[in-house]
Ligand binder design. Structure first.
Ligand SMILES: [Zn+2]
Length: 165
């Protein structure tokens, strides 16, 4: 059985092949809308960055915290999209996930899948490593991939590359 991490990566690559034109930054909101989801900016409870709600026989709705900066919302949208694909792979038609900003949130298999999916979707390994090799600074990496500095740093660490600053 393939590792969950690899399943998430392969799924993100499939999604990019099927629903994205190869330009950066990837727009997860547009992908969600293409799949019939509605994406809302909303006032969410304190500390919540987003949620996805799927009612039986209805299209899913994604809510992004209006208090978060655009790059953070982008990442949350990619994360919620990860939940959507993971549940679709399991033929689940009725679910909801609520996501909090704090990294201290306990992560189960669903959350790990969504996290790995989001990182791969927004910062595909091949393209991210190529950009770092080209010598893009942290600021330029965040613009190219539409992610926060923390997300870009984290990705570099996991891929074993060093961002020159
Ligand atoms: Zn989640």
């Amino acid at each position: 059985m393939a590792l969950l991490k690899e399943v998430a990566r392969d799924k993100a690559e499939d999604v990019l092949d099927e629903y994205w034109d190869g330009t950066f930054p990837v727009d997860p909101v547009r992908i969600a809308q293409t799949l019939g989801m509605t994406v809302y900016e909303a006032t969410l409870p304190d500390g919540e960055s987003g949620r996805i709600v799927k009612e039986p026989h209805e299209d899913a709705a994604i809510y992004l915290s209006r208090d978060d900066p655009p790059q953070r919302q982008n990442y949350t949208a990619a994360h919620e999209l990860g939940h959507w694909f993971e549940r679709a792979m399991n033929d689940d038609d009725d679910y909801s996930f609520v996501d909090h900003r704090a990294d201290s949130q306990q992560k189960d298999a669903h959350e790990w899948f969504a996290e790995w999916f989001a990182a791969h979707l927004l910062m595909p390994a091949h393209d991210f490593i190529a950009a770092v090799d080209e010598g893009l600074s942290l600021a330029r990496l965040t613009r190219k991939f539409g992610v926060s500095r923390a997300a870009a740093r984290n990705r570099a660490r996991l891929l074993g590359v060093t961002i020159c600053d």
